[in-house]
Design a binder for this molecule. Structure first.
Ligand SMILES: *Cc1c(COP(=O)(O)O)cnc(C)c1O
Length: 376
């Protein structure tokens, strides 16, 4: 089976994990702090707070901003369901906007329309945050989104779960918004098994997030005390030990993923029924996934292609979720096909091809052969 993804962990990475086990200090140690410092320095923000998952990072980012019941939070319709779940578990109502057909990220024009509509409600809705997502490691149009948010003084939380290392110009994903969130799930660029991180330049928010991840505990001259009810959303030392050596290789990992993506681009070029993604100039994507769109009017549907590929030994995934049509969103907010036409189309037509460091050219050729069989 040619697998969709595979973590970029090497046997030598386990040495540090073994050291942690031998030390007996499994949580709240030096490696988590080092991992935070290294990622903060790389991304280019003052503060990084490691947590137990990307979902925990989003949850704490929203709570630190004071997002809660009665608030609205605007997010793109097309993302992994965790983005919407984090909004809902914070108590706020998710307001979805359709995505751009090229970038698959939040469409600024649709965002503007949603902001206008919410401002006209009586009483006007309180939009407590805007949560753009960098889909598959492609940058969302951050300058446009920040401009619209800034006009109304709305904080931006970047869901950069898939986008460690992506950038517009030299400014990296995760340091555009008031807060940025990373994930270290096995399907992401770098994995700690489960893990996540919140990034920020705001000391006060970072302090709140540090307390919230650890039972609400802050340390003063009188010692530690719980200053608010918090969670246990901490990252373990074992996780940080797995992350640090992968982080040291990050640039070479990203370059290799770039090369693999370029090979797919070449192998797949020139087909009217298949659309590959073109990177906009001036931006650096990271290939967390290699996603193409197939014209299902001209050929079989997504599930047929995936099943046929599986039978031929190639694992092909969907792009990501149509969140408004996920069970609880649909039941609660009565979203229907047609409400988000771009998301309707790309959610039905996107396919994610195998992409990981162990893939070689002949396997990529095999993937393309299986994908295009009978369609050219
Ligand atoms: C993976 C992912 C998350 C959730 O991260 P976890 O670490 O799995 O909790 C959130 N948003 C997006 C866009 C993701 O891809």
């Amino acid at each position: 089976m040619i697998r969709l993804g595979k973590p970029a962990i090497q046997p030598a990475d386990l040495d540090l994990v073994r050291d942690v086990v031998a030390s007996g200090n499994l949580v709240q140690g030096e490696l988590v702090a080092r991992f935070e410092q290294e990622i903060a320095a790389y991304v280019g923000c003052r503060e990084a707070i490691a947590v137990s998952s990307g979902t925990a990072a989003l949850h704490l980012a929203l709570l630190a901003l004071g997002v809660g019941p009665g608030d609205r939070v605007i997010l793109p319709a097309y993302s992994f369901i965790a983005t919407a779940n984090a909004v809902a578990i914070s108590g706020a109502e998710p307001v979805f906007v359709d995505v751009d057909p090229d970038s698959h990220a939040m469409c600024p024009a649709r965002l503007d329309q949603a902001l206008e509509r919410l401002a006209r409600e009586d009483p006007p809705a309180r939009v407590a945050a805007i949560v753009p997502v960098h889909p598959f490691g492609r940058m969302a149009p951050m300058p446009e989104i920040l401009e619209l948010a800034g006009r109304r003084d709305i904080p931006v939380v970047e869901d950069a779960a898939c986008a460690l290392g992506a950038a517009i110009g030299t400014r990296k994903a995760g340091c555009w918004g008031t807060l940025g969130c990373l994930s270290f799930h096995p399907r992401k660029i770098l994995t700690t098994g489960e893990g996540g991180m919140v990034l920020s330049d705001d000391d006060r928010l970072a302090d709140a997030i540090r307390a919230l991840r650890n039972h609400g505990i802050r340390v003063s001259d009188h010692g530690p005390d719980s200053t608010m009810p918090g969670f246990n959303y901490r990252m373990t030392e074992l996780a940080a030990a797995l992350g640090l050596p992968q982080f040291a290789r990050l640039e070479s990992t990203l370059e290799r993923l770039d090369e693999l993506a370029a090979t797919y681009d070449t192998l797949l070029a020139g087909r009217s029924w298949l659309r590959t993604w073109r990177r906009p100039t001036g931006t650096r994507p990271v290939y967390q996934a290699y996603v193409v769109e197939v014209d299902t009017d001209q050929g079989p549907d997504q599930q047929t292609i995936r099943q046929r590929a599986r039978d031929a030994g190639v694992e092909i995934g969907i792009g990501t979720w149509h969140m408004p049509l996920a069970g609880w969103c649909r039941d609660h907010y009565h979203h229907r096909p047609g409400d988000f036409p771009v998301t309707d189309r790309i959610a039905a037509q996107s396919l994610s091809l195998p992409l990981h460091l162990e893939l070689d050219r002949s396997q990529q050729e095999r993937v393309v052969e299986v994908l295009t069989h009978g369609l050219d």
